[in-house]
Design a protein. Structure first.
Length: 227
């Protein structure tokens, strides 16, 4: 089993993703992919994880006002759009995390909020040296997410200042924060499509192993990979 994991650009954060994934499937081979590593061809890859990181170039995300968009890497955007395109064409399971959710939405035609606080939403990320932000999440019934976590509500961490503005047409929201921010997305119609799940929180940073919003997410992805 071979899993492609996009490069976050931060060695410590990359290790968190890899450690979390290995906790579910220690025998798998994990390949960190990026435009800098020149290994973006999904040859014999069984699954793809789109990781967190910088903002998306506003020329793709349509996020406004542009001055609220934080530093971005256009080459990373283009590379990850290409990875996602190939994965969907080849029916390779995809898990998107934080920025990964935003990549999925933008690639499929959606747009992003430039900055949640500026747009009137609650703070969804902590500044340096502040406590981690946690908040409740409500799961929509009769969704893939609801089937995975098997609970109606829970608690998740939060590290993002952008979020879905307009959801891409092929997608549906499957969970929300109390202030209405979309916290996970999936296909509108699952039949005939590859596994695709994207979450706005960071399951790889959650240490509460009994929390389904970390454990069940990882288990679901690897179940799809094995199938």
């Amino acid at each position: 089993m071979k899993i492609a994991v996009t490069d976050t650009g931060n060695e410590d954060k990359q290790k968190q993703y890899l450690d979390w994934l290995r906790s579910f499937e220690p025998s798998a081979e994990y390949i960190v992919v990026s435009y800098k590593r020149n290994n973006g061809i999904l040859h014999d890859v069984d699954g793809v994880v789109l990781t967190g990181g910088c903002d998306i170039d506003p020329k793709f995300s349509k996020a406004e006002p542009v001055e609220k968009v934080e530093p971005y890497d256009t080459k990373r955007d283009e590379f990850e759009f290409s990875v996602l395109d190939k994965a969907l064409q080849r029916h390779i399971p995809v898990l998107g995390i934080c920025r990964g959710l935003q990549v999925v939405n933008v690639f499929l035609g959606g747009t992003l909020i430039a900055d949640l606080e500026t747009a009137g939403f609650a703070k969804h990320t902590a500044k340096t040296n502040e406590p981690i932000v946690y908040h409740p999440v409500v799961v929509k019934e009769k969704t893939q997410m609801h089937e995975i976590v098997n609970v109606a509500t829970g608690t998740i961490n939060s590290y993002h200042h952008q979020a879905v503005q307009t959801l891409a047409e092929p997608l549906m929201p499957s969970s929300f924060s109390p202030d209405g921010v979309i916290e996970s997305i999936e296909w509108n119609e699952q039949e005939g499509k590859p596994y695709l799940l994207a979450v706005q929180w960071h399951p790889e940073r959650m240490k509460e192993h009994a929390n389904p919003f970390t454990t069940k997410i990882g288990e679901s992805f690897f179940k799809a990979v094995r199938l």
